[in-house]
Design a protein around this ligand. Structure first.
Ligand code: GCW
Length: 730
């Protein structure tokens, strides 16, 4: 280290001190900056020779303003990203002087961008274009948006091109988000407990806010912006009213300040009874004038602190949460009350449709539709109804929710679960890009063929400009953010699909692998193959052919097909699988609960017919005999057993594939993934054994040849208890 101008002895001392400081930083940083997963898909690892040369030539200079915090964030990200990828950052200049310049900005804030990409002024909000251009006769690249945030998104896309080794020549890309509100939902409590969270504590350190702004918040915002996400709901839908109290609003405002430069707005889950808990009112009746006044004042207070506050997410009259029905009012009355007070500020209400009656009800899968569809047309313009992807609850496989397509006058927001409550927590490798795409690509037939769920959600089917998509976050305080390296891919896939719901799950997986692990073709091929097969493996070993809700009670860890009794039938497994000596499956056909009738006619007909329903959904819609012949020619029982074993075998295959990559992946991440895959294999086997032991007591059929009987009696599996399994609701 050179310390110019200092006397020699001092210089040596300063040098030693600096060296010590560096070493110390190195010691502290080394384990952290090793491949511990913190960097997510923004690792910016050096591009290998000989490719590096071409990329360096295409990124010699950077012309980027820093007049606003967003511009500064964009410039810094490019310097950081290109610096990492190319070994040294490009020169930052006010005007290009050589070939290979990258020019970023909007036509409004950069005369050069106005000259190179005047059409950027016509882009959609948050959109961007990336184009190969000539600047004074020399080749260069322009990244332009109509607004600063668009430019930031474009910068991340440009970095992705390098990270995934795509050429920087001949570019002509134009991107805009298909869905307006692209948000994460954190089920985070104020004491940092995360409901259904498997990645440590909440990322929000409420106690130290607003004084301490953990740098992790900025990295969170960067990661989300890199995907094009633009909102985050900070607290659990099972909400504590306290989040709306002044001291917490101050903390929320501090977080909003960190998110703002990255184009991320904050939202809060509002507890419907907050006027009573915080305001001391005797009612939370949405039609009561005092209640309305309370919300009005509260919302004004929120906006005084956070002028770009996004709005409220509400879980009402669901699983014991308070709501308008407590006062004989409808979901529309409740949502509209909040919508009215938010509207003058530009805020929205995201009103959840995950409801089912407190009493012993009709088929649980039917209830949200029954309650909400009659309300179509009764919600204010700034209300979105947020619907889970399927009609029960984030199961490894569900049909698409029948509300999609059935409420043409109401913007329906998609809610996916990114955290894997039902797909093995954080230790099982299950890539959800395929699950998300399966739902988004499903055809509702609401307006004839081609009425996909994606088109309901992006507003194009029914002409809505206000549109939204939410993902229940899998983010926590764990160093690797998501509890496992592979769960980062689900955050990534959700974000990419929120931007463009028609993207291909495999392409997303491939980009993620290249950015997160390696561009080595052997790694890319093997890991993408693992990911693409992984979700189906979970379906197979937890219960295929349309079985659902078979997990253990409460914490939902491990198998529990025997779960029965307790406070309500529709929280048990037996309610959903309906196994008897004769057969298995929930009859939702016209002869049964008639849930099929909630789908548009062409879909209903297919689902209603056991011969035409996709086998993957057979037992969701039908109760059929154990010996029913399946397409494979095997009887149903044999087919189920074959699927259980196929799921376990797939996990074994993933382990073998991963082992084969030992020399091609950094040891730290390789070791953890390998250990988690071993856990997954054990647990897949456990699911398989316990489920077969249980269902065989009904089917009374032998296992097909070559399939081993469960090693232990059913009672042993039933006796297992995990009182401290993570993430339970409370
Ligand atoms: O999936 C279930 C979970 C609950 C959750 C609820 C919901 C936040 O088991 O923990 O509560 O759904 O989505 O509201």
């Amino acid at each position: 280290m050179r310390v110019p101008g200092a006397p020699r002895r001092l210089r040596a001392a300063a040098g030693a001190a600096a060296l010590a400081a560096l070493l110390l930083a190195g010691l502290v940083a080394a384990p952290a900056s090793a491949e511990d997963g913190y960097a997510l898909w923004l690792r910016y690892a050096p591009i290998e020779a000989p490719d590096a040369q071409a990329y360096r030539a295409a990124a010699t200079q950077l012309v980027a303003g820093a007049a606003t915090p967003t511009q500064a964030a964009t410039r810094d990200e490019l310097l950081r990203g290109l610096g990492g990828l190319l070994g040294a950052p490009p020169r930052l200049l006010p005007y290009p002087t050589a070939a290979g310049a990258i020019v970023v900005g909007t036509p409004a804030n950069s005369p050069l961008v106005a000259r190179l990409a005047p059409d950027a002024a016509q882009l959609d909000r948050e959109g961007y274009l990336i184009r190969s251009v000539r600047i004074d006769g020399r080749p260069g690249t322009v990244v332009a948006g109509r607004d600063d945030i668009g430019v930031l998104h474009g910068a991340f896309h440009l970095l992705r091109l390098l990270q995934t080794r795509q050429p920087l020549q001949g570019l002509d890309l134009r991107e805009s988000p298909r869905i307006k509100l692209r948000v994460l939902n954190h089920w985070d409590n104020l004491d940092r407990y995360v409901e259904r969270g498997y990645a440590g504590q909440s990322i929000w350190d409420w106690h130290r806010l607003p004084g301490w702004l953990d740098p992790r918040y900025t990295d969170y915002a960067r990661a989300n912006a890199s995907l094009g996400l633009n909102g985050t709901v900070l607290n659990n839908v099972n909400a504590n009213a306290e989040i709306l109290a002044a001291p917490y609003l101050e903390k929320v405002a501090a977080l909003a300040g960190v998110m703002r430069p990255y184009g991320i707005r904050v939202y809060l889950s509002a507890r419907f009874s907050a006027p009573m808990e915080l305001g001391g009112l005797s009612t939370a009746d949405p039609l009561d004038p005092a209640v309305r006044r309370w919300w009005q004042a509260k919302v004004d207070e929120v906006y005084a602190r956070i002028p770009d506050f996004g709005g409220f997410l509400v879980k009402a009259n669901s699983e014991g949460q308070p709501g308008p029905q407590d006062y004989g009012r409808s979901h529309a009355d409740g949502a509209n009350l909040l919508a009215d007070v938010l509207a003058p500020h530009g805020g929205v209400v995201m009103w959840r449709a995950f409801v089912y009656s407190d009493e012993e009800p009709e088929d649980r899968a039917r209830q949200a539709y029954s309650e909400f569809v009659p309300l179509d047309g009764r919600f204010r313009d700034n209300v979105l109804v947020q619907v889970k992807n399927g009609p029960v609850d984030f199961q490894p496989r569900e049909p698409f929710h029948p509300m999609f397509g059935a409420m043409p006058k109401t913007p329906l927001m998609m809610e996916f679960q990114v955290t894997k409550e039902y797909l093995g927590f954080s230790t099982h490798l299950a890539y959800l890009g395929t699950l998300y795409r399966e739902t988004l690509a499903a055809d509702t037939f609401a307006r004839g063929e081609g009425s996909t769920v994606a088109r309901v959600v992006d507003g194009s089917l029914h002409g809505h400009a206000l549109t939204g998509i939410a993902g229940v976050a899998n983010i926590g305080s764990d160093r690797n953010w998501s509890g496992s390296h592979f769960d980062q891919a689900n955050w990534y896939a959700f974000g990419r699909l929120a931007w463009n719901p028609d993207l291909d799950a495999r392409d997303i997986a491939e980009a993620w692998v290249r950015m997160t692990f390696s561009n080595d073709p052997r790694v890319v091929e093997a890991v993408v193959a693992m990911m693409m097969a992984s979700r189906e493996a979970v379906v197979d070993y937890t219960g295929a052919l349309g079985l659902h809700h078979l997990m253990a009670r409460g914490h939902h860890y491990g198998p529990g097909p025997w779960v029965d009794g307790g406070p309500r039938a529709d929280w048990t497994s037996v309610y959903f699988h309906r196994a008897t000596r004769e057969g298995i499956g929930f009859d939702r056909s016209r002869r049964g609960s008639n849930a099929v009738s909630q789908y548009a006619a062409p879909v209903a007909e297919v689902f209603d017919d056991p011969a035409r329903v996709p086998e993957a959904l057979l037992l969701w819609f039908h109760h059929v005999p154990w010996d029913r012949p399946m397409r494979s020619g095997r009887p149903l029982w044999d087919e189920l057993v074959v699927r259980y074993d196929r799921g376990v075998a797939q996990v074994a295959a993933m382990r073998a594939a991963w082992d084969g990559l030992r020399d091609r992946i950094d040891p730290e991440r390789h070791r953890q993934v390998a250990a988690f895959l071993a856990i997954q294999e054990q647990e897949a086997q456990w699911w398989r054994d316990a489920s077969i032991a249980y269902f065989q007591a009904f089917s009374r059929r032998p296992l097909p040849a070559g399939h081993a009987p469960p090693p232990r009696p059913l009672a042993d599996y039933e006796a297992l208890s995990f009182p401290h399994a993570p993430g339970d609701g409370r």
